[in-house]
Ligand binder design. Structure first.
Ligand SMILES: [Fe+2]
Length: 428
């Protein structure tokens, strides 16, 4: 059931602003069932892992099928309303698929955890804003230096990494939503900062020791440093990459390795995060096609966080998807591409409805998740500001769904785009 997945969400909500339909036309099929004349609704892997301009297209040739196979795709989604059908495969509607994601999350949320001490959110948000700006400035400078052929100096980034760890440890609901917001022009730097902060949260959730978390966070900050050696027109190309361009894009990992191997003081852990963040659990990743436990814990963590941050971020040619939907995709892809246990652990770290998510309450109100209770994941603190049924803004009100007297509760996740709500206004 669950495998019948989340492709509908991407198709209907993320990439194309087409009319919602209740029609059951989306099917999950094996790659061996794909034929020319079928309409791929979702390639079923992160857009960073394929060269196509969009996730959905008509398959016109066997060559295209072979290209998809070569990416390590085992199953993918077709839309039978737009192309040939496959008999005997169940079909789903977009709304069914979204409800399945939320139901899956509820199952994970049942595993109770202990609520850690946390700093006052408002106070931490102020500190996180300053830190976020500073961290981006430092990573930007670092990548510019690498472009000029200079060496990476760890002393430059260590203080900012310590600050990221402190902030996430005090209250992760301050820095993580901020780090999700990206400008098109600064994506690479901002993505690095976000991956670093998310890795700190992940490491903390896995109860790793602080010195290890520090090395993982350094790896996160530097994992894409090799992109300094990839031309911008390839990094930001809004169309299908040619074979040569895709190879060049993928070469950023080897470039990162080369740069970091020449970085005095770099640790094995940090190097693993950078070197293995595009390896995939089933051996279909790059650059070394490592499989399963051949990929270190830090590389497996890096892969999960890298994809999560990429698919939840807006690019000039991709709309970021809702965090809950992205977690659902990660769970789905963990069948082949990620360590399934680690993905479940990651969901628990960032929460079922990560802070900054838009949720719909049973009362019909929409609200942004402000702060989560680790021990009551389905009942975060929410700022309600819109009424879905009346389609109008409300006077913003903060409500704690965990408060015993609160009678409202979450009915599911929503997309800012769909309601024309400016996420930046509520997250920034
Ligand atoms: Fe990368």
């Amino acid at each position: 059931m669950y495998r019948a997945g989340f492709a509908g969400i991407i198709f209907f909500r993320e990439i194309e602003q087409e009319e919602m339909t209740q029609a059951n036309t989306i099917k999950l099929i094996g790659i061996g069932q794909l034929r020319p004349g079928m309409y791929v609704q979702d390639v079923n892997c992160s857009w960073m892992d394929h060269p196509f301009a969009t996730n959905h297209f008509m398959v016109k040739s066997v060559d295209r099928i072979n290209e998809i196979k070569a990416l390590g795709v085992h199953e993918l989604y077709i839309d039978t309303a737009r192309g040939y059908d496959v008999e005997g495969v169940p079909a789903r509607s977009a709304d069914d698929l979204r409800h399945e994601v939320d139901a899956r999350m509820v199952e994970i949320a049942r595993q109770i955890q202990t609520e850690p001490q946390r700093a006052d959110l408002r106070l931490e948000v102020e500190r996180a804003r300053v830190l976020h700006t500073e961290a981006n400035r430092i990573v930007r400078g670092l990548i510019q230096d690498v472009r000029l052929g200079k060496q990476v100096e760890l002393e430059q980034i260590e203080p900012v990494v310590e600050n990221i760890i402190d902030s996430v440890f005090r209250n992760q609901d301050a820095l993580l939503p901020l780090a999700r917001l990206k400008d098109h022009d600064n994506y690479t730097f901002q993505h690095s900062v976000s991956v670093s902060a998310l890795l700190v949260s992940f490491g903390r959730g896995l109860k790793l020791e602080r010195p290890i978390i520090k090395e993982i966070a350094i790896g996160g900050l530097l994992h894409d440093v090799g992109k300094a050696k990839v031309p911008d027109d390839i990094l930001n190309k809004p169309a299908k990459l040619t074979e040569a361009e895709f190879a060049k894009m993928k070469s950023h990992v080897v470039q990162s390795i080369l740069i970091l191997q020449h970085t005095p003081g770099i640790s094995r852990i940090a190097l693993d995060v950078a070197a293995q963040h595009h390896e995939r659990y089933d051996g279909t990743g790059y650059p070394n096609q490592l499989k399963g436990e051949q990929i270190s814990l830090y590389g497996r963590m890096g892969a999960i966080v890298d994809v999560y941050d990429a698919i939840t971020s807006d690019r000039c040619y991709h709309k970021g998807m809702a965090p809950t939907a992205a977690l659902g995709r990660l769970l789905e892809w963990s069948k082949y591409h990620f360590d399934p246990e680690l993905v479940r652990a990651y969901v628990k770290c960032v929460g079922i409805y990560p802070s900054g998510s838009l949720v719909r309450l049973k009362s019909g109100r929409l609200g942004v998740v402000l702060e989560q209770h680790v021990d009551k994941m389905m009942q975060p603190r929410v700022r309600v500001m819109f009424h879905a049924e009346h389609k109008r803004y409300l006077q913003p009100e903060d409500i704690d769904l965990a408060w015993p007297g609160c009678i409202d509760s979450i009915s599911g996740h929503e997309e800012y785009e769909e309601w024309n709500i400016d996420a930046k206004r509520w997250l920034g």
